[in-house]
Design a protein around this ligand. Structure first.
Ligand SMILES: *Cc1c(COP(=O)(O)O)cnc(C)c1O
Length: 429
Protein backbone atom coordinates (compact mmCIF):
# COMPACT_ATOMS: atom_id res chain seq x y z
CA UNK A 1 0.00 0.00 0.00
CA UNK A 2 1.43 3.35 -1.06
CA UNK A 3 1.07 5.99 1.66
CA UNK A 4 3.66 8.49 0.41
CA UNK A 5 1.33 11.48 0.51
CA UNK A 6 0.18 10.75 4.08
CA UNK A 7 3.80 10.39 5.19
CA UNK A 8 4.73 13.71 3.56
CA UNK A 9 1.78 15.47 5.20
CA UNK A 10 2.69 14.00 8.59
CA UNK A 11 6.24 15.29 8.21
CA UNK A 12 4.83 18.78 7.64
CA UNK A 13 2.14 18.44 10.32
CA UNK A 14 4.52 17.64 13.18
CA UNK A 15 6.39 20.90 12.53
CA UNK A 16 3.34 23.03 13.19
CA UNK A 17 0.76 21.00 15.11
CA UNK A 18 1.59 19.24 18.41
CA UNK A 19 2.20 15.61 17.45
CA UNK A 20 0.93 16.43 13.97
CA UNK A 21 -2.73 16.09 15.00
CA UNK A 22 -5.55 18.12 16.50
CA UNK A 23 -6.67 15.27 18.78
CA UNK A 24 -4.15 12.82 20.27
CA UNK A 25 -5.47 9.34 19.41
CA UNK A 26 -5.41 10.16 15.69
CA UNK A 27 -1.61 10.01 15.82
CA UNK A 28 -1.35 6.17 15.87
CA UNK A 29 1.02 6.37 18.89
CA UNK A 30 -0.33 3.18 20.47
CA UNK A 31 -0.22 1.11 17.27
CA UNK A 32 2.92 2.47 15.60
CA UNK A 33 3.39 3.95 12.15
CA UNK A 34 2.05 7.16 10.67
CA UNK A 35 -1.60 8.15 10.50
CA UNK A 36 -3.40 8.25 7.18
CA UNK A 37 -4.52 11.64 5.94
CA UNK A 38 -8.06 11.34 4.71
CA UNK A 39 -9.05 13.19 1.56
CA UNK A 40 -12.73 12.24 1.43
CA UNK A 41 -15.27 9.77 2.70
CA UNK A 42 -18.46 8.28 1.36
CA UNK A 43 -20.86 5.78 2.92
CA UNK A 44 -18.84 3.09 4.69
CA UNK A 45 -15.54 4.10 3.08
CA UNK A 46 -12.63 6.40 3.74
CA UNK A 47 -10.25 7.45 0.94
CA UNK A 48 -6.78 8.64 1.90
CA UNK A 49 -4.59 11.20 0.12
CA UNK A 50 -2.90 8.40 -1.83
CA UNK A 51 -6.25 7.14 -3.10
CA UNK A 52 -6.40 3.98 -0.94
CA UNK A 53 -9.89 2.91 0.12
CA UNK A 54 -10.75 1.60 3.59
CA UNK A 55 -13.87 0.10 5.13
CA UNK A 56 -14.30 2.47 8.08
CA UNK A 57 -15.22 1.42 11.62
CA UNK A 58 -14.20 4.70 13.27
CA UNK A 59 -17.08 6.72 11.84
CA UNK A 60 -15.41 9.99 12.88
CA UNK A 61 -15.41 8.51 16.42
CA UNK A 62 -19.15 8.05 16.46
CA UNK A 63 -21.16 10.66 14.57
CA UNK A 64 -21.39 8.83 11.23
CA UNK A 65 -24.13 6.39 12.18
CA UNK A 66 -25.64 6.57 8.67
CA UNK A 67 -22.26 6.57 6.94
CA UNK A 68 -20.21 9.42 5.54
CA UNK A 69 -21.51 12.13 3.25
CA UNK A 70 -25.15 11.15 3.70
CA UNK A 71 -27.14 12.64 0.78
CA UNK A 72 -29.98 14.08 2.91
CA UNK A 73 -27.57 15.74 5.34
CA UNK A 74 -25.43 17.06 2.49
CA UNK A 75 -28.45 18.54 0.68
CA UNK A 76 -29.81 20.13 3.85
CA UNK A 77 -26.40 21.69 4.51
CA UNK A 78 -26.13 22.98 0.95
CA UNK A 79 -29.53 24.67 1.31
CA UNK A 80 -28.61 26.16 4.71
CA UNK A 81 -25.31 27.48 3.39
CA UNK A 82 -27.10 29.88 1.08
CA UNK A 83 -28.63 31.65 4.09
CA UNK A 84 -25.43 32.56 5.93
CA UNK A 85 -23.26 30.66 8.38
CA UNK A 86 -23.74 32.32 11.78
CA UNK A 87 -25.99 35.08 13.11
CA UNK A 88 -25.28 35.38 16.83
CA UNK A 89 -29.03 35.64 17.35
CA UNK A 90 -31.77 33.09 18.01
CA UNK A 91 -32.96 31.01 15.07
CA UNK A 92 -36.00 28.85 14.26
CA UNK A 93 -33.67 25.85 13.90
CA UNK A 94 -32.65 26.00 17.57
CA UNK A 95 -36.30 25.99 18.65
CA UNK A 96 -37.01 23.07 16.35
CA UNK A 97 -34.00 21.14 17.64
CA UNK A 98 -34.97 21.69 21.30
CA UNK A 99 -38.64 20.82 20.68
CA UNK A 100 -37.74 17.77 18.61
CA UNK A 101 -35.50 16.36 21.33
CA UNK A 102 -37.73 17.17 24.30
CA UNK A 103 -40.85 15.79 22.57
CA UNK A 104 -39.17 12.48 21.76
CA UNK A 105 -37.06 11.90 24.84
CA UNK A 106 -39.17 11.95 28.01
CA UNK A 107 -36.12 12.53 30.23
CA UNK A 108 -35.48 15.87 28.53
CA UNK A 109 -37.59 18.82 29.62
CA UNK A 110 -35.12 21.50 28.52
CA UNK A 111 -31.87 21.43 26.60
CA UNK A 112 -28.94 23.78 25.85
CA UNK A 113 -26.72 23.47 22.78
CA UNK A 114 -22.94 23.80 23.01
CA UNK A 115 -20.08 23.02 20.61
CA UNK A 116 -18.53 19.76 21.84
CA UNK A 117 -18.99 16.88 24.22
CA UNK A 118 -16.34 18.41 26.48
CA UNK A 119 -18.35 21.61 26.81
CA UNK A 120 -21.51 19.61 27.49
CA UNK A 121 -20.03 17.68 30.44
CA UNK A 122 -18.26 20.75 31.87
CA UNK A 123 -21.53 22.66 31.75
CA UNK A 124 -23.63 19.85 33.22
CA UNK A 125 -21.22 19.61 36.14
CA UNK A 126 -21.42 23.35 36.70
CA UNK A 127 -25.21 23.10 36.80
CA UNK A 128 -24.98 20.26 39.33
CA UNK A 129 -22.55 22.23 41.51
CA UNK A 130 -24.51 25.45 41.15
CA UNK A 131 -27.86 23.84 41.89
CA UNK A 132 -26.69 21.88 44.93
CA UNK A 133 -24.15 24.39 46.30
CA UNK A 134 -21.73 21.45 46.67
CA UNK A 135 -18.24 21.23 45.14
CA UNK A 136 -17.37 17.53 45.05
CA UNK A 137 -18.18 15.30 42.12
CA UNK A 138 -17.87 11.54 41.68
CA UNK A 139 -16.69 9.95 38.44
CA UNK A 140 -15.78 6.46 37.30
CA UNK A 141 -12.13 5.67 36.56
CA UNK A 142 -12.61 4.18 33.09
CA UNK A 143 -15.06 6.83 31.88
CA UNK A 144 -13.92 9.70 29.69
CA UNK A 145 -15.95 12.88 29.68
CA UNK A 146 -13.81 15.17 27.55
CA UNK A 147 -10.84 17.23 28.66
CA UNK A 148 -12.36 19.58 31.26
CA UNK A 149 -10.16 20.19 34.33
CA UNK A 150 -12.50 18.56 36.86
CA UNK A 151 -12.70 15.44 34.73
CA UNK A 152 -9.04 14.81 33.85
CA UNK A 153 -8.61 13.18 37.20
CA UNK A 154 -7.62 9.69 38.28
CA UNK A 155 -8.06 7.82 41.52
CA UNK A 156 -5.72 8.65 44.37
CA UNK A 157 -4.30 5.89 46.58
CA UNK A 158 -7.76 4.62 47.56
CA UNK A 159 -11.31 5.00 46.37
CA UNK A 160 -12.17 7.30 49.27
CA UNK A 161 -9.17 9.61 48.94
CA UNK A 162 -8.87 12.73 46.81
CA UNK A 163 -8.50 12.42 43.07
CA UNK A 164 -5.21 13.42 41.48
CA UNK A 165 -4.67 15.23 38.15
CA UNK A 166 -4.21 12.88 35.19
CA UNK A 167 -2.61 15.67 33.14
CA UNK A 168 -0.11 18.40 33.97
CA UNK A 169 -1.98 21.69 34.07
CA UNK A 170 -4.93 20.38 36.06
CA UNK A 171 -4.80 22.10 39.48
CA UNK A 172 -4.39 19.68 42.40
CA UNK A 173 -6.98 21.58 44.37
CA UNK A 174 -9.56 21.15 41.65
CA UNK A 175 -8.72 17.45 41.18
CA UNK A 176 -9.15 16.95 44.92
CA UNK A 177 -12.86 17.69 44.51
CA UNK A 178 -13.22 14.82 42.05
CA UNK A 179 -13.69 11.42 43.70
CA UNK A 180 -12.94 8.46 41.46
CA UNK A 181 -14.52 5.02 41.78
CA UNK A 182 -14.47 1.81 39.69
CA UNK A 183 -17.14 0.96 37.11
CA UNK A 184 -19.85 -1.64 37.72
CA UNK A 185 -19.42 -1.30 41.49
CA UNK A 186 -22.46 0.18 43.27
CA UNK A 187 -20.82 -0.62 46.62
CA UNK A 188 -17.99 1.82 45.83
CA UNK A 189 -20.53 4.54 45.00
CA UNK A 190 -22.40 3.92 48.23
CA UNK A 191 -19.17 4.13 50.24
CA UNK A 192 -18.00 7.35 48.64
CA UNK A 193 -21.41 9.00 49.09
CA UNK A 194 -21.55 7.92 52.75
CA UNK A 195 -18.03 9.20 53.43
CA UNK A 196 -18.80 12.56 51.80
CA UNK A 197 -22.37 13.03 53.00
CA UNK A 198 -23.90 16.34 51.92
CA UNK A 199 -20.80 17.32 49.91
CA UNK A 200 -21.28 15.59 46.54
CA UNK A 201 -22.99 17.57 43.77
CA UNK A 202 -23.19 14.85 41.15
CA UNK A 203 -22.23 11.42 39.92
CA UNK A 204 -21.26 11.48 36.25
CA UNK A 205 -21.01 8.20 34.36
CA UNK A 206 -21.03 6.86 30.82
CA UNK A 207 -23.96 4.45 31.21
CA UNK A 208 -22.23 2.35 28.54
CA UNK A 209 -18.52 3.15 28.75
CA UNK A 210 -16.94 3.41 25.31
CA UNK A 211 -13.66 5.16 25.97
CA UNK A 212 -11.78 2.16 27.35
CA UNK A 213 -13.32 0.00 24.64
CA UNK A 214 -16.97 -0.99 24.97
CA UNK A 215 -18.00 -2.10 28.47
CA UNK A 216 -21.47 -3.24 29.44
CA UNK A 217 -23.21 -2.33 32.68
CA UNK A 218 -23.88 -5.37 34.85
CA UNK A 219 -27.59 -6.11 35.33
CA UNK A 220 -28.94 -3.76 38.00
CA UNK A 221 -25.88 -1.44 38.06
CA UNK A 222 -27.57 1.62 36.56
CA UNK A 223 -30.70 1.04 38.65
CA UNK A 224 -28.54 0.87 41.81
CA UNK A 225 -26.73 4.06 40.79
CA UNK A 226 -30.08 5.80 40.34
CA UNK A 227 -31.42 4.83 43.74
CA UNK A 228 -28.18 5.66 45.58
CA UNK A 229 -27.89 9.12 44.02
CA UNK A 230 -31.55 9.82 44.74
CA UNK A 231 -31.14 8.70 48.34
CA UNK A 232 -28.20 11.10 48.83
CA UNK A 233 -29.70 14.04 46.93
CA UNK A 234 -26.90 13.74 44.36
CA UNK A 235 -27.57 14.72 40.74
CA UNK A 236 -27.11 11.82 38.34
CA UNK A 237 -25.53 12.76 35.00
CA UNK A 238 -25.49 10.24 32.18
CA UNK A 239 -22.79 11.12 29.67
CA UNK A 240 -24.36 9.87 26.43
CA UNK A 241 -22.01 11.79 24.14
CA UNK A 242 -21.11 8.45 22.54
CA UNK A 243 -24.09 6.20 23.33
CA UNK A 244 -26.87 8.74 22.72
CA UNK A 245 -28.79 8.04 19.47
CA UNK A 246 -26.23 5.26 18.89
CA UNK A 247 -27.29 2.19 20.90
CA UNK A 248 -30.94 3.21 20.43
CA UNK A 249 -32.59 6.50 19.49
CA UNK A 250 -33.04 7.21 23.20
CA UNK A 251 -29.53 5.99 24.03
CA UNK A 252 -28.85 4.08 27.23
CA UNK A 253 -31.74 5.86 28.95
CA UNK A 254 -34.04 3.97 26.58
CA UNK A 255 -32.06 0.71 26.77
CA UNK A 256 -31.84 0.65 30.58
CA UNK A 257 -35.06 2.42 31.48
CA UNK A 258 -33.09 4.44 34.04
CA UNK A 259 -33.71 8.20 34.04
CA UNK A 260 -30.87 10.48 35.05
CA UNK A 261 -31.37 14.12 36.11
CA UNK A 262 -29.10 15.51 33.40
CA UNK A 263 -27.80 14.03 30.15
CA UNK A 264 -24.97 15.14 27.88
CA UNK A 265 -24.86 14.59 24.13
CA UNK A 266 -22.34 15.14 21.36
CA UNK A 267 -21.07 13.21 18.33
CA UNK A 268 -24.28 12.04 16.53
CA UNK A 269 -26.27 15.07 17.67
CA UNK A 270 -24.15 17.26 15.37
CA UNK A 271 -24.43 15.06 12.29
CA UNK A 272 -20.68 15.45 11.70
CA UNK A 273 -20.46 19.12 12.65
CA UNK A 274 -19.19 20.30 16.06
CA UNK A 275 -22.12 20.11 18.49
CA UNK A 276 -22.72 19.11 22.07
CA UNK A 277 -25.77 19.49 24.29
CA UNK A 278 -26.83 19.08 27.88
CA UNK A 279 -30.33 18.84 29.18
CA UNK A 280 -32.73 17.22 31.58
CA UNK A 281 -35.06 18.29 34.35
CA UNK A 282 -36.50 21.78 33.92
CA UNK A 283 -35.94 22.73 37.59
CA UNK A 284 -32.19 22.30 36.97
CA UNK A 285 -32.00 23.72 33.46
CA UNK A 286 -33.97 26.87 34.45
CA UNK A 287 -31.03 27.75 36.70
CA UNK A 288 -28.80 28.26 33.63
CA UNK A 289 -28.22 31.85 32.50
CA UNK A 290 -30.00 33.97 31.46
CA UNK A 291 -33.06 32.40 33.13
CA UNK A 292 -30.94 31.60 36.19
CA UNK A 293 -27.59 32.48 37.78
CA UNK A 294 -25.41 29.56 36.54
CA UNK A 295 -23.28 31.01 33.77
CA UNK A 296 -22.69 29.24 30.48
CA UNK A 297 -22.43 30.77 27.01
CA UNK A 298 -21.12 30.19 23.47
CA UNK A 299 -20.53 32.50 20.50
CA UNK A 300 -21.27 29.76 17.98
CA UNK A 301 -23.65 27.64 20.09
CA UNK A 302 -26.72 26.56 18.13
CA UNK A 303 -24.91 27.44 14.89
CA UNK A 304 -27.32 27.15 11.94
CA UNK A 305 -25.13 24.78 9.90
CA UNK A 306 -24.48 22.55 12.90
CA UNK A 307 -28.19 22.51 13.82
CA UNK A 308 -29.10 21.70 10.21
CA UNK A 309 -26.74 18.73 10.02
CA UNK A 310 -27.71 17.45 13.46
CA UNK A 311 -31.45 17.87 13.12
CA UNK A 312 -31.49 16.33 9.63
CA UNK A 313 -29.61 13.27 10.86
CA UNK A 314 -31.74 12.95 14.01
CA UNK A 315 -34.97 13.19 11.99
CA UNK A 316 -33.83 10.33 9.73
CA UNK A 317 -32.92 8.23 12.78
CA UNK A 318 -36.33 8.96 14.28
CA UNK A 319 -38.26 8.33 11.05
CA UNK A 320 -36.49 5.06 10.21
CA UNK A 321 -35.61 3.92 13.72
CA UNK A 322 -37.16 0.46 13.42
CA UNK A 323 -35.12 -0.44 10.35
CA UNK A 324 -31.90 1.46 11.14
CA UNK A 325 -31.26 0.17 14.66
CA UNK A 326 -32.30 -3.37 13.72
CA UNK A 327 -29.96 -3.35 10.75
CA UNK A 328 -27.06 -1.91 12.77
CA UNK A 329 -27.59 -4.59 15.38
CA UNK A 330 -27.60 -7.50 12.94
CA UNK A 331 -24.60 -6.20 10.96
CA UNK A 332 -22.58 -5.74 14.13
CA UNK A 333 -23.61 -9.15 15.48
CA UNK A 334 -22.47 -10.69 12.17
CA UNK A 335 -19.11 -8.90 12.43
CA UNK A 336 -18.61 -9.87 16.07
CA UNK A 337 -19.43 -13.55 15.46
CA UNK A 338 -17.21 -13.68 12.36
CA UNK A 339 -14.20 -12.14 14.05
CA UNK A 340 -14.65 -14.29 17.15
CA UNK A 341 -14.73 -17.45 15.03
CA UNK A 342 -11.64 -16.30 13.11
CA UNK A 343 -9.79 -15.68 16.38
CA UNK A 344 -10.79 -19.08 17.73
CA UNK A 345 -9.46 -20.86 14.65
CA UNK A 346 -6.21 -18.84 14.84
CA UNK A 347 -5.91 -19.71 18.54
CA UNK A 348 -5.98 -16.03 19.59
CA UNK A 349 -7.85 -15.27 22.85
CA UNK A 350 -10.41 -12.59 22.00
CA UNK A 351 -13.39 -11.13 23.85
CA UNK A 352 -15.98 -9.20 21.88
CA UNK A 353 -18.09 -6.70 23.84
CA UNK A 354 -21.01 -5.21 21.96
CA UNK A 355 -24.12 -3.14 22.48
CA UNK A 356 -25.97 -2.43 19.24
CA UNK A 357 -23.48 -0.89 16.82
CA UNK A 358 -20.78 -0.17 19.44
CA UNK A 359 -18.18 -2.91 19.77
CA UNK A 360 -14.65 -3.73 20.87
CA UNK A 361 -12.60 -6.87 20.22
CA UNK A 362 -10.36 -7.12 23.27
CA UNK A 363 -7.21 -9.25 22.91
CA UNK A 364 -7.75 -11.06 26.19
CA UNK A 365 -9.66 -14.16 27.34
CA UNK A 366 -12.10 -11.92 29.27
CA UNK A 367 -14.58 -11.19 30.61
CA UNK A 368 -13.78 -7.47 30.21
CA UNK A 369 -16.06 -5.51 32.48
CA UNK A 370 -14.00 -2.65 33.95
CA UNK A 371 -10.60 -0.97 33.51
CA UNK A 372 -8.81 -3.58 35.63
CA UNK A 373 -9.88 -6.41 33.32
CA UNK A 374 -9.28 -4.20 30.25
CA UNK A 375 -5.65 -3.89 31.33
CA UNK A 376 -5.20 -7.65 30.79
CA UNK A 377 -5.30 -7.09 27.01
CA UNK A 378 -2.32 -7.91 24.81
CA UNK A 379 -1.89 -4.45 23.30
CA UNK A 380 1.13 -5.47 21.18
CA UNK A 381 -1.05 -8.12 19.56
CA UNK A 382 -3.80 -5.57 19.01
CA UNK A 383 -1.28 -3.23 17.34
CA UNK A 384 -0.18 -6.01 14.98
CA UNK A 385 -3.83 -6.82 14.22
CA UNK A 386 -4.60 -3.14 13.60
CA UNK A 387 -1.74 -2.85 11.10
CA UNK A 388 -2.75 -6.13 9.43
CA UNK A 389 -6.30 -4.86 9.00
CA UNK A 390 -5.17 -1.50 7.65
CA UNK A 391 -2.98 -3.24 5.04
CA UNK A 392 -6.08 -5.21 4.04
CA UNK A 393 -8.22 -2.10 3.62
CA UNK A 394 -10.00 -1.99 6.98
CA UNK A 395 -9.74 1.04 9.22
CA UNK A 396 -10.18 0.37 12.95
CA UNK A 397 -9.68 2.83 15.81
CA UNK A 398 -5.90 3.02 16.39
CA UNK A 399 -6.00 1.82 20.00
CA UNK A 400 -7.14 -1.31 21.83
CA UNK A 401 -9.08 0.88 24.22
CA UNK A 402 -11.55 2.42 21.81
CA UNK A 403 -14.99 1.53 20.55
CA UNK A 404 -15.70 0.48 16.97
CA UNK A 405 -18.76 1.84 15.21
CA UNK A 406 -20.88 0.20 12.53
CA UNK A 407 -22.85 2.46 10.21
CA UNK A 408 -26.08 1.79 8.36
CA UNK A 409 -24.15 2.37 5.12
CA UNK A 410 -22.11 -0.79 5.72
CA UNK A 411 -23.36 -3.84 3.83
CA UNK A 412 -23.23 -7.56 4.57
CA UNK A 413 -20.54 -7.72 1.87
CA UNK A 414 -18.45 -5.09 3.73
CA UNK A 415 -18.81 -7.06 6.94
CA UNK A 416 -17.86 -10.33 5.26
CA UNK A 417 -14.84 -8.68 3.61
CA UNK A 418 -13.84 -7.40 7.06
CA UNK A 419 -14.13 -10.88 8.57
CA UNK A 420 -12.01 -12.28 5.71
CA UNK A 421 -9.38 -9.60 6.38
CA UNK A 422 -9.49 -10.43 10.10
CA UNK A 423 -9.04 -14.15 9.41
CA UNK A 424 -5.87 -13.38 7.41
CA UNK A 425 -4.58 -10.76 9.88
CA UNK A 426 -5.18 -13.00 12.92
CA UNK A 427 -3.17 -15.85 11.38
CA UNK A 428 -0.12 -13.61 11.20
CA UNK A 429 0.00 -11.97 14.62
C1 LIG B 1 -16.21 11.93 22.88
C2 LIG B 1 -16.71 11.99 24.25
C3 LIG B 1 -16.67 13.18 25.01
C4 LIG B 1 -15.98 14.42 24.52
O1 LIG B 1 -16.58 14.96 23.39
P1 LIG B 1 -15.72 15.97 22.48
O2 LIG B 1 -16.71 16.41 21.44
O3 LIG B 1 -14.58 15.17 21.95
O4 LIG B 1 -15.29 17.08 23.35
C5 LIG B 1 -17.27 13.19 26.25
N1 LIG B 1 -17.86 12.10 26.74
C6 LIG B 1 -17.91 10.94 26.05
C7 LIG B 1 -18.62 9.76 26.64
C8 LIG B 1 -17.33 10.84 24.80
O5 LIG B 1 -17.35 9.68 24.15
Amino acid sequence: MDTTKSKDLMRRAVQRIPGGVNSPVRAFRSVGGDPLFIARADGAYLYDEDGNRFIDYVGSWGPMILGHNHPEVREALAAALGKGTSFGAPTRLEVEMAEFLCQRLPHLEMIRMVNSGTEATMSAIRVARGATGRDKIVKVSCCYHGHGDSLLVEAGSGALTFGTPSSPGVPKGLAADTLVIPYNDPGALEKVLQANKGQVACFIVEPLPGNVGTLLPKPGYLQAVRSLTREHGVILIFDEVMSGFRVAFGGMVEVSGVEPDLVTYGKIIGGGLPVGAYGGKADLMRQVSPSGPIYQAGTLSGNPLAMTAGLTLLKILDRDRATIYGRLDSLTARLGAGVKAAAASAGVPLTVNRQGSMFTAFFAPGPIEDDVSARTCDTARFAAFFRGMLERGVCLAPSQFETGFMSAAHTEADVDATVDAAREALKRI
